[in-house]
Write a new protein. Structure first.
Length: 79
């Protein structure tokens, strides 16, 4: 279920952005999260790859515009 996946990625976001109270939703973008710049984005992607044992292609990363897109990408990887 998609809400379960959102729950599973939340700790990765919280750790990556040092924001223990961060509440994610599918429409959130980098503009909605303090400190989500290009460097933090790379760190987030690497943390998600490690956490879920997946690898993202460079072409796939360009498709991420919001948290929901990221969830869709993770689902496509079988997460």
């Amino acid at each position: 279920m998609r809400s379960d996946l959102l729950t599973r990625v939340t700790p990765v976001f919280r750790n990556n952005f040092n924001a223990p109270d961060l509440v994610l939703n599918e429409t959130m973008t980098a503009k909605d999260v303090e400190g989500w710049d290009s460097f933090a984005h790379i760190n987030l992607i690497m943390a998600l790859e490690d956490t879920f044992n997946v690898r993202f292609e460079t072409s796939e990363l360009g498709q991420i515009g919001c948290v929901g897109d990221l969830l869709t990408l993770l689902e496509s990887k079988g997460v």
